[in-house]
Design a protein around this ligand. Structure first.
Ligand code: TRP
Length: 476
């Protein structure tokens, strides 16, 4: 159906592609009504998404059934939608980069990774099932992709609950605002579904990958746990663990690690993670350790040995390779596949070509920054989609799609109407870059000050409690 470059055969004009999309949409609907084989349905949905991506690339517009493209539409680039390695975005657990100032093309990533897009329908369902207004990250497509979320909701509606699993690699003491995204969202999920949560701190991973000692990694894990606790997790429903501590103390956890290790070959992890012959064997076997918390019997103190509690993992999309591997082995070792919710990346101050990185001081706003530092960094470094002079800006307006300050507001400004007004005013030129930055500064300063205050209240004893293996309080 697609040629070697992944392009859909035949469709040379927007109209042809539009017709193909209509047909494919019908096909998906038929398969759904006919309750067709899951693999067939999935393949049809993937093709539909691929067509949508091609359509957007060709026309610059989203495909909408019933809205054909104008017959005389000028196609900006008549070349087939290139999917070649050269301009492909890099997204793996260690690197994120693109040449596009708007950031990574997430629709393409969905096709490449074979996950599913979080459509409005799913957001509405989450609202219905949880009885809560969807989190702004869902309303705004910041969590944009998923695996098996419908199944999780089907079961939940029938009274079968699930648990959450997320994590962090503690590579330094310094956490930045981007690191909070999965945790803010996970806290919301924990609250609205009232479910237990396990948080893995992969101090072992950072020891293997970075030039750090075991003691440093272990210490960073505890320091990071303090920031994580400050996000407001329920102490009665949350277990935070350092791999270095928990792996050695839980035979059930280790058993699952070994089972995964036995069922994944070197060839497979080479394919998924790009390991080479000169990578140390610790790296090669590490993915099994990130997989193990997806299985409920890795935590007998919480789930009493049950292996049938469904797991849902909220994470940034770069972690997906770990969980593709996990989902692949799970049925072969008698476990359920974990479901996933994927987020986009939090852009660096300098622009969405790369994500915020703690190792670049100027690309990041840290959770320890003072109000003054926040202000200076944003004013000095936040990439602007505004024009060079006030006159030009007033005349032509700014581009919110590449403007980092505007992007940050989509993550943190709660009020949808206010955000939309800012977008319109910036686009029209009524709002200047300096004014936009001021709104962002005034949004982030209190948010970070509050985080610092909550962190101060997290005592050593509280961290110790969160990190102690113990029963949690919930009903499944
Ligand atoms: N590898 C992740 C990191 O470096 C940490 C991690 C472990 C994780 N388990 C996870 C992240 C589950 C998300 C979900 O940050």
């Amino acid at each position: 159906m697609t040629d070697s470059q992944g392009n859909v055969e035949g469709a040379k004009t927007p109209m042809e592609l539009y017709k193909r999309l209509n047909e494919q949409g019908d096909k998906v609907r038929c398969l759904k009504t006919a309750k067709a084989d899951k693999a067939d349905l999935e393949a049809a949905v993937q093709l539909l998404l691929k067509l949508k991506t091609d359509y957007k690339q060709m026309t610059g517009q989203d495909y909408k059934a019933g809205c054909p493209p104008p017959e005389n539409m000028v196609v900006s680039n008549n070349e087939p939608a290139t999917d070649g390695a050269d301009d492909e975005d890099t997204v793996d657990p260690w690197n994120v980069s693109t040449t596009n100032a708007k950031g990574v093309d997430y629709d393409k990533l969905i096709v490449r990774f074979g996950s599913s897009k979080i459509e409005k329908e799913l957001v509405d369902r989450i609202e219905k099932v949880s009885g809560q207004k969807p989190h702004r990250f869902l309303r705004r497509g910041i969590f944009f992709s998923h695996r098996d979320m419908h199944q999780v909701l089907d079961a939940y509606e029938k009274g079968k609950s699930f648990y959450l699993y997320t994590g962090r690699g503690p590579s330094s003491e310094a956490m930045h605002v981007g690191h909070l995204i999965p945790f803010i969202f996970t806290k919301w999920l924990q609250d609205v579904f009232d479910i237990p949560l396990v948080i893995q701190l992969t101090d072992d991973e950072k020891y293997l990958w970075k030039d750090l000692t075991l003691e440093e990694c272990r210490r960073f894990a505890v320091e990071n746990a303090r920031d994580i606790v400050a996000c407001g997790f329920d102490i009665n429903k949350t277990f935070i663990f350092s791999d270095l501590d928990y792996m050695g103390s839980s035979s059930e956890f280790y058993r699952n690690v070994v089972k995964v290790q036995k069922h994944v070959t070197f060839n497979q992890v080479k394919g998924i993670f790009g390991f080479t012959d000169s990578d140390c064997i610790g790296k090669i076997s590490f993915p099994a350790i990130q997989a193990a918390p997806s299985f409920s019997n890795s935590f007998p103190q919480i789930f009493g040995g049950r292996k049938d509690v469904q797991c849902l993992i909220p994470c940034a999309i770069d972690q997906d390779p770990y969980f593709r591997m996990t989902r692949d082995v799970a049925p072969r070792i008698g476990h359920l596949k974990p479901a996933l919710l994927h987020s986009t990346f939090f852009p660096a101050l300098q622009g969405a070509q790369t994500k915020m990185s703690a190792s670049d001081m100027n690309s990041s706003i840290f959770l320890t920054d003072t109000p003054k530092q926040i202000k200076n960094k944003i004013n000095k470094h936040a990439f602007s989609g505004g024009k060079d002079t006030v006159e030009e800006h007033r005349k032509y307006g700014g581009n919110p799609d590449v403007d980092v300050s505007f992007m940050y507001l989509t993550f943190f400004l709660e009020d949808d109407e206010q955000l939309e007004k800012i977008r319109q005013d910036y686009t029209s030129g009524a709002l200047l870059t300096g004014e936009l930055k001021k709104i962002l500064i005034e949004t982030l300063q209190p948010m970070i000050a509050q985080h610092q205050e909550r962190r101060r209240q997290v005592t050593d004893e509280i961290v110790r409690q969160f990190m102690t293996p113990r029963p949690l309080n919930f009903s499944l």
